[in-house]
Design a binder for this molecule. Structure first.
Ligand code: NAD
Length: 321
């Protein structure tokens, strides 16, 4: 078994490698070559923790395994550890023998950012100039950095409930020599691409804040009950997702499905656009919405890429297991 600890991931995983792994696995999912297992997520009744497993099998990329972990809300205050903790386990699909154990914390941020970037590459207007961010928490700077590397934006605008946290996004814009402006939610109408990455359970924005022709990546809703945008936007937009089964149950589309504003058949997998079996954006005035729910196969694909690079660079440890 090959072990790549959390502390080594930053030196191994590039955003390009994460992007390629996620783009390839979305394509494999849409082609029917890869599938995710049902997600397990449990409140364990200890430390108020949420713990679970996301797994799957990619028959094309030959990744089999799971990400185990979750959210320990008191880690930071009590132990100085980050609240999200996870580890990826990969297995040899030919034998079932465990093949690798990989730190999953930074991996999660980079694979989530890669998902919205893949959606920007395939769904945003090619003449997009203004990148808009809704939310400025832990994930947001990874999201913004990946978006700015994917497309040549000319300006960044951002909104957060507490505007003082926007400084972290202004720093990312400065890394790319781009102007940065804090805006109201109405100001988000100036954006050509919007990423929302908040942890809210009732909508903070809707169709009134999004202009025609915009691409919106809703990345914050990954659990039953969460909701970042009003159903009116999901009803108005052409909706894409990583996996329809997750989108309609625990993704942003869950509320539009429950209210009857949308049906399963209205939602397409981004992998179909990557594979060319869906034509994607159909006009410059269309609003496209990517419901990024986060699937286990993303974790496995990126972990497999990490193991490959780690072995080539001589980082990590081989253990007889
Ligand atoms: P965080 O706690 O660091 O940041 C939370 C963000 O939500 C902040 O911007 C905060 O201001 C905002 N927020 C919270 N309550 C709000 C309210 N009532 N009104 C307005 N804004 C509010 O969290 P994070 O680690 O950045 O994660 C953000 C979300 O992304 C979470 O819901 C997390 O579960 C989700 N997530 C999704 C994926 C995926 O694959 N789709 C992966 C990782 C995390």
């Amino acid at each position: 078994m090959y072990i790549v600890p959390e502390t080594a991931i930053a030196d191994i995983l590039t955003r390009e490698a994460a992007f390629d792994a996620v783009e390839n696995v979305f394509a494999a999912m849409a082609a029917g070559d890869a599938y995710n297992f049902p997600v397990i997520r449990e409140a364990i009744g200890h430390e108020e923790a949420l713990y679970g497993f996301k797994g799957g099998f990619d028959g094309k990329g030959k990744s089999l395994g799971l990400k185990a972990g979750g959210y320990w809300p008191h880690n930071m205050e009590r132990r100085g550890l980050i609240n999200h903790q996870s580890t990826v386990f990969l297995f040899d699909p030919d034998t079932g023998k465990v093949a690798a154990m990989v730190g999953g914390n930074l991996l999660t941020a980079l694979r989530t950012a890669a998902a919205s970037s893949v959606s920007i590459k395939h769904l945003a207007r090619k003449d997009s100039k203004v990148m808009g961010m809704i939310g400025a928490g832990h994930q947001a700077k990874f999201q913004l950095r990946a978006a700015l590397e994917t497309h040549p934006f000319e300006k960044v605008i951002a909104w957060n409930r507490s505007p003082d946290r926007l400084a972290s996004l202004a720093e990312v814009a400065a890394e790319f020599d781009l102007p940065f402006e804090a805006v109201t939610l109405d100001g988000m109408q100036a954006a050509d691409v919007v990423i929302s990455i908040t942890s809210v359970f009732s909508p903070v924005f809707g169709a009134a804040h999004i202009s025609d022709g915009t691409h919106v990546a809703c990345m914050g809703t990954d659990t039953v009950g969460k909701q970042e945008c009003d159903v009116d936007l999901v009803a108005k937009a052409t909706v894409f997702t990583d996996e329809v089964a997750q989108s309609v149950t625990l993704g942003e589309a869950q509320h539009a499905i429950a209210s009857g504003a949308r049906t399963h058949d209205d939602i397409s997998e981004i992998g179909a656009v990557i594979n060319g079996t869906h034509s994607g954006r159909s006009s410059d005035r269309e609003i496209t919405l990517f419901d990024g729910t986060g699937v286990g196969l993303q974790d496995l694909a990126v972990a497999a890429s990490i193991v490959e690079i780690a072995k080539a660079k001589g980082i990590g440890t081989e253990v007889d297991f």
